[in-house]
Design a protein around this ligand. Structure first.
Ligand code: SF4
Ligand code: ZN
Length: 302
């Protein structure tokens, strides 16, 4: 006999070990959306005239993020949502996710901006990685994508920038910083404050586990791509992910505990590590803490 939803007695589609709840399709969707709305409210107020830029890769997280933000804000005429996709130039991978991103934005009638590393930096990520053996692909990709995303968000006058980091991503990043002993960097991960030149960032999915994001995308029939970036195996993140997933199976709620502990630390240590003041990079003009931004350093610009 199928297990029943604990809220309505319909057939359950998920068991949340960490909460002890069996939920049907309707109540599962409600639960995911409730967590996301609460997170948005905690991170910032959406105000009249806001332009919310959404980093849309075409993977499940960003597809769910755009779908939900559209669901929440599309009735508000005083708020605009704009999707931004960065094409890093990863052969055989980005083309597929880009197609999913285009499909969703056209279905929802959302303005979609696509820009590439090739246009911006004159090289694709594949070309950069083939040339420079010093650092892994993710180091280049992460820094350059973040910089370009902020630049585009500023160009379109965005007041907020939402990214699709989920609970698993957050727990992994926190744990990686713990393992590296990098407290300062960890505190800088904390909910951002408004800084000149940096569009205010938010992570509305940070309280939803990755598996639930995938299930939400499936039950809502959203067009997302499951393929993995060919460079993903390089990252230390994979090892940390397996370790945390193993703990989560044996001790349900571990991922939430890691995040809760981090949020408490930020409350206590935030004053010890005040946000560094920003200046304009002397080459590209993007905000940074030194004379030259990370992106320009990686590209060998001087
Ligand atoms: Fe970029 Fe690394 Fe993510 Fe691939 S896995 S998209 S290289 S950050
Ligand atoms: Zn620069």
């Amino acid at each position: 006999m199928p297990i029943k939803c604990m809220k309505c007695n319909k057939d359950a589609i998920i068991f949340q070990k960490y909460s002890g709840m069996h939920l049907c399709r309707k109540h599962f969707i409600e639960d995911v959306e409730r967590k996301i709305k609460l997170t948005i409210r905690k991170q910032y107020n959406v105000e009249k005239g806001d332009i919310i830029a959404v980093a849309l890769s075409g993977g499940k997280d960003s597809i769910v993020l755009l779908h939900i933000l559209h669901k929440i804000f599309s009735k508000r005429r005083d708020v605009e949502i704009v999707a931004i996709t960065i094409d890093e130039g990863i052969e055989g991978y980005r083309e597929v996710t880009l197609e999913k991103a285009r499909k969703l934005t056209s279905e929802l009638g959302i303005r979609h901006i696509v820009r590439s590393f090739k246009d911006e930096y004159d090289k694709t990520l594949d070309e950069l990685v083939a040339q420079e053996r010093e650092l892994g692909a993710c180091s280049y990709c992460g820094v350059l994508r973040k910089s370009l995303m902020n630049k585009i968000a500023n160009e379109i006058g965005a007041t907020k920038l939402a990214t699709g980091h989920n609970l698993d991503d957050e727990a992994q990043t926190i744990m990686m910083n713990h393992l590296g002993g990098d407290v300062e960097r960890m505190i800088r991960l904390s909910p951002p404050r408004a800084l000149e030149g940096l569009v205010l960032r938010a992570k509305p999915l940070r309280k939803v586990p990755e598996k639930e994001i995938a299930l939400y995308a499936i039950v809502n029939d959203l067009p997302f791509d499951m393929s993995e970036c060919p460079y993903a195996h390089e990252a230390l993140r994979g090892e940390v992910r397996d370790m945390i997933n193993d703990f989560e199976v044996r001790h349900p709620g571990t991922k939430y505990s890691i995040m809760r502990g981090f949020d408490k630390m930020v409350g206590i240590l935030g004053k010890e590590f005040p946000q560094a003041s920003l200046t304009d990079c002397r080459v590209c003009g993007e905000p940074c803490t030194a004379e030259l931004c990370q992106a320009c350093k990686l590209l060998g610009r001087s």
